[in-house]
Ligand binder design. Sequence first.
Ligand code: XMP
Length: 325
Amino acid sequence: IWTTEAFVEESIREIRARVGSKRVLLALSGGVDSSTLAFLLHKAIGDQLTCMFIDQGFMRKLEPERLVKLFKEEFHIPVEYVNARDRFINSLTGVTDPEEKRRIIGHQFIRVFEEESRRLGPFDYLAQGTLYPDVIESADTNVDLQTGERVAVKIKSHHNVGGLPKDLRFKLVEPLRKLFKDEVRKVGRNIGLPEEIVNRHPFPGPGLAIRILGEVTAEKLNILRDADLIVRQEINQNGLYHDCWQAFAVLLPVKSVGVMGDQRTYAYPIVLRIVTSEDGMTADWARVPYDVLEVISNRIVNEVKGVNRVVYDITSKPPGTIEWE
Ligand code: XMP
């Protein structure tokens, strides 16, 4: 019978046996998989582990700071924070196509990962939060044909792109490879991850860059971050977090007319996207109480400069998608 305790003990033994006294690199995203992975590895091999967090500048307000603080101060796991914000936003100048944005962000991610792993390395192993469904999907692409061993030919990130250069090869450590998502959550909880990580809503790898329709600018990122924080605060404070699959704000690249005081305004609309779902494949718009929607709308228009209108997306998936890009 499978228990989290037995799994954790067994994994720690296996990691130690595999890694010996070598160094391991791990790319932390703040999600439950990479966080659970970091905990397990840190328990097993302590400072032979290096956790790297690449800040693309597209996370939600206060999240990068929160993640680094949690790991450093509460979990006592050191994190190499890489500030790559300028580089990512600069690479998106003039880019409006959603798939092009994803491709560029994925490409930048690999380049930063490569540079930083050379700077901090060398490392023999790369720890990946590969889960059972991922193993099945990439059954042959990650196997060294000579040794039959699984090796990293690309890094599993939320970006699904990006081959690693040939001279940068790691052996893989994948202690979660036999688990499904709900089992990872159980393990994470068992080894002491807080609920805020264990139950975190899914967040796309390209982050806010695909929630700003059209070109991403620093001004729009600031507007969206502030609006998005209000959505999260109100969803949390009204006890709705666990009822929904995702709850977020989207910024549209159009302006409409409004009035504030005796002034006419001409500013962006914010779309609220709050959905229920079992697995993200299909979804329904959440029946959020009107008074909560009212507070969110009032707060966004009053507190976020540059926004004069809030609309609620009442499209299910299909035919809509959860994200707007
Ligand atoms: P859609 O918009 O396709 O989203 O209904 C389904 C789920 O996938 C997430 N999503 C992404 N996750 N990289 C990711 O890591 C992406 O490019 C991406 N696009 C969508 C979305 O947040 C939802 O949970």
